[in-house]
Design a protein around this ligand. Structure first.
Ligand SMILES: [Zn+2]
Length: 441
């Protein structure tokens, strides 16, 4: 039993909120519950616990044990060599690098990596998540002596040879505690390889969030996650059959679309097969006017990552043509035409802090302070709503704080009228999941 005293609920101040049995039971003034644990909110706003609609928790746990190999920390080959040579010991002697971008030292291969480190196996993931680079000793370890060290879309294959990235549930629990400190009470794990085995692994780990999985056919429920690649699009018949088969089992699809081609390909397949409520476009990174119109007609939802604007914006300014910039990670345009817009961080490919993502959705500033897509800026309330809709309906109405609802809550240290001007994880005072305190600062 938990009694949160003197909090602000949906704009009303000075309220007490009583939680019991995992649910909100009562909201009112001067509630007395002699047996309840009492938390003094001092006027802070009580929000629904945040839900990250697109993240990868096992990968986040692995990343926390990895070496950052890309901007902003690492920008050239000298720095890359230095961070690799100074990588700490790991149980299996591997050095696992993440976040690589070719602006650092071009497309890596076994020879460039051997010149940096030759006595320990290295695997470095490109920040797109699509590619791994390995040095010679690593290639030998996985039985790929012939390879040039560039392994494209070989995640499952590598995992099979090396065993799961994370076999320490303690790492996952620690990543989960980090999310709790941001006020996160739920995540949708968007890992395409999630299957029944992975689901069993999840159920054994003690974590502070409700987890909704999407994954492959073997998972059997939740959205079917489909990865697409501009350069290796599946046959359209095969793609449509996969979507149709999922729909027949009542499973919506969640299709990874970062380019216009991937998005148009997906929409045309959905036009043909018919869409199911809950079909999602993950990322929708580039959307021009005609595609926006098509999305609306097909009836898809979007789960976006505004944090990429802050994290990768400078790179986008270099790589993306001027007329495409206004189509990048749009937000307000989706809301204006009634397309539901949910928020996800894509951690660990993006930073795991949803407040940073909301801040980016409001300001759309790159690291150097330039604004990308001024007209796509969201109000703080719209940014928050992306992370407070239910797991089932990303971009749907924000969850309410009313009696009978699950006690999944994020308490801020100040009223919303003050917090909305800053939008920072530093304002999270307490997180409650199913009535249990999972974080207090
Ligand atoms: Zn992802």
């Amino acid at each position: 039993m938990l009694l949160i005293r003197d909090t602000e609920v949906e704009g009303y101040r000075g309220l007490d909120v009583f939680c019991d049995g995992g649910k909100i039971r009562d909201i009112g003034k001067n509630l007395v519950r002699p047996n309840a644990e009492i938390f003094e909110a001092d006027g802070g706003a009580l929000l629904p616990g945040l839900h990250d609609h697109h993240a990868h928790l096992f990968a986040l746990a692995a990343v926390r044990r990895s070496v950052r190999c890309g901007p902003p920390e690492v920008v050239d080959d000298e720095m890359l060599t230095s961070v690799l040579r100074n990588a700490g010991d790991s149980a299996d002697s591997w050095i696992r690098g993440i976040g690589y971008h070719e602006s650092v030292a071009g497309m890596l291969d076994r020879h460039t990596l051997d010149a940096m480190v030759s006595d320990r196996p290295i695997r470095i993931q490109h920040r797109s998540g699509k590619m791994w680079f390995m040095n010679s000793i690593a290639l030998q370890a996985v039985g790929m002596n012939e390879s040039n060290g560039q392994l494209f879309r070989k995640d499952d294959w590598i995992r099979e040879r090396l065993g799961p990235e994370v076999d320490h549930s303690a790492d996952v629990a620690a990543a989960s505690r980090l999310l709790a400190s941001y006020g996160v009470t739920g995540i949708t794990d968007a890992t395409a390889s999630n299957d029944a085995d992975v689901e069993r692994a999840w159920s054994d780990i003690d974590i502070s969030q409700r987890v909704r999985l999407m994954g492959n056919e073997d998972l059997g429920h939740g959205a079917l996650k489909i990865m697409l690649d501009d350069y290796a699009l599946p046959e359209i018949d095969e793609f449509q059959q996969r979507i149709g088969a999922a729909h027949e089992c009542g499973r919506p699809v969640a299709v990874h679309c970062v380019t216009r081609t991937e998005l148009v390909y997906t929409l045309s397949a959905l036009m043909e097969v018919g869409s199911l409520s809950g079909d999602r476009i993950e990322h929708a990174s580039v959307v021009d006017e005609s595609t926006l119109d098509l999305m609306q007609r097909v009836g898809v939802w979007v789960v976006t990552q505004p944090n990429f604007l802050a994290e990768r914006g400078n790179q986008y300014l270099e790589d993306v043509g001027a007329q495409q910039l206004e189509f990048l990670y749009r937000a307000k345009s989706f809301l204006d035409v009634g397309i539901p817009l949910g928020g996800g961080t894509d951690a660990p490919f993006g930073g795991a802090d949803p407040w940073a993502a909301m801040h980016a959705a409001i300001h759309r500033k790159t690291q150097s302070g330039e604004v990308i897509g001024e007209q796509e800026k969201l109000a703080p309330e719209q940014a928050l709503a992306m992370f407070t809709s239910s797991a089932e309906t990303p971009g749907g109405p924000p969850r309410r704080i009313t009696p009978g609802q699950a006690a999944d809550l994020c308490l801020l240290a100040k009223p919303w009228s003050e917090a909305r001007g800053r939008i920072s994880k530093d304002d999270v005072a307490m997180t409650v999941m199913a009535g249990t305190i999972t974080y207090r600062r």
